[in-house]
Design a protein around this ligand. Structure first.
Ligand code: HEC
Length: 176
C-alpha cells in the first residue's frame, strides 16, 4: 500500500470507528418523553369506545358550541356550507354518492374521535371533552340517531348504532 492509500485507509477507519461510537451513545438531541406527554398524544378511540375520556354533553349544549365554532363552515343545522354536511345524506349507491356521518360512518365513537382531534379546522385540539361530547350529541340528534335529550358520554356513545354499521365488507377476514 502506498503512503497515500494508507492515509486514506486510516482516515476512513477513524471515521467508521468514530461514527459507530456516536451511534452507541446517541446523538444527544431532545429529551426523554414521559408518560404524561405520551398520554396527551395518545388519543385514539376504538370503535367499541375504548379510550373515551370522562365527560358528558347533550345536544342542547352542543347546539350553542356549534353556533360559535362550527356554523361558519358546516352551515345552519349542519346541513353543509363551505364544508361538508354533517346531517342527512341519501342512500349510498356508488363511488360518487355523497358520504356523511349519517349514511356512511359505521361507529358513533369515531365522530367523537374525529371532532376532538381535527375540529374546528383552524384550531384543532382546542375543544374540551364536554364540548366534544355535546357536539357529538348535537350531530347524532340532528340525524335522529339519538333522542334530543340523550346525554353522550363514555357509557352511552358506544351504544349508539349507526345506520351503516354493517355496510362495510371485510375483504380479507382471515387477516384479522
Ligand atoms: C374553518 C372551517 C371549519 C370549521 C370552523 C369546522 N370544520 Fe369541520 N370540517 C371542515 C373541513 C374542511 C372538513 C373536511 C373536509 C370536508 O369534509 O368538507 C371538515 C369535516 C368535518 C367532519 C367530518 C365530515 C365527514 O362526513 O367526513 C365533522 C364531523 C366535522 N367537520 C365537525 C365539525 C365540528 C363539530 C366543528 C365545530 C367544533 C367543525 N367541524 C368546525 C372545516 C371546518
Amino acid at each position: 500500500m502506498s503512503m497515500h492509500k494508507l492515509l486514506i485507509f486510516a482516515v476512513l477507519l477513524a471515521l467508521a470507528v468514530g461514527s459507530s461510537g456516536a451511534f452507541a451513545q446517541g446523538p444527544n438531541l431532545g429529551k426523554p418523553i414521559g408518560p404524561a406527554e405520551i398520554a396527551a398524544w395518545d388519543i385514539s378511540i376504538l370503535p367499541d369506545g375504548t379510550g373515551l375520556p370522562p365527560g358528558s354533553g347533550t345536544s342542547a349544549q352542543g347546539a350553542s358550541v356549534y353556533a360559535q365554532k362550527c356554523f361558519m363552515c358546516h352551515g345552519e343545522n349542519a346541513k353543509g356550507g363551505t364544508n361538508a354536511a354533517l346531517v342527512g345524506g341519501g342512500p349510498i349507491t356508488g363511488m360518487e354518492s355523497v358520504k356523511t356521518v349519517a349514511n356512511f360512518w359505521p361507529y358513533a365513537t369515531t365522530v367523537f374521535d374525529y371532532i376532538r382531534r381535527a375540529m374546528p379546522w383552524q384550531q384543532p385540539r382546542t375543544l374540551t371533552n364536554d364540548e366534544v361530547y355535546a357536539l357529538t350529541a348535537y350531530i347524532l340528534a340532528l340525524n335522529k340517531l339519538i333522542a334530543e335529550n340523550d346525554p353522550m358520554n363514555a357509557q352511552t356513545l358506544p351504544k349508539v348504532r349507526m345506520p351503516n354499521r354493517d355496510g362495510f365488507i371485510i375483504r380479507f377476514p382471515d387477516k384479522l
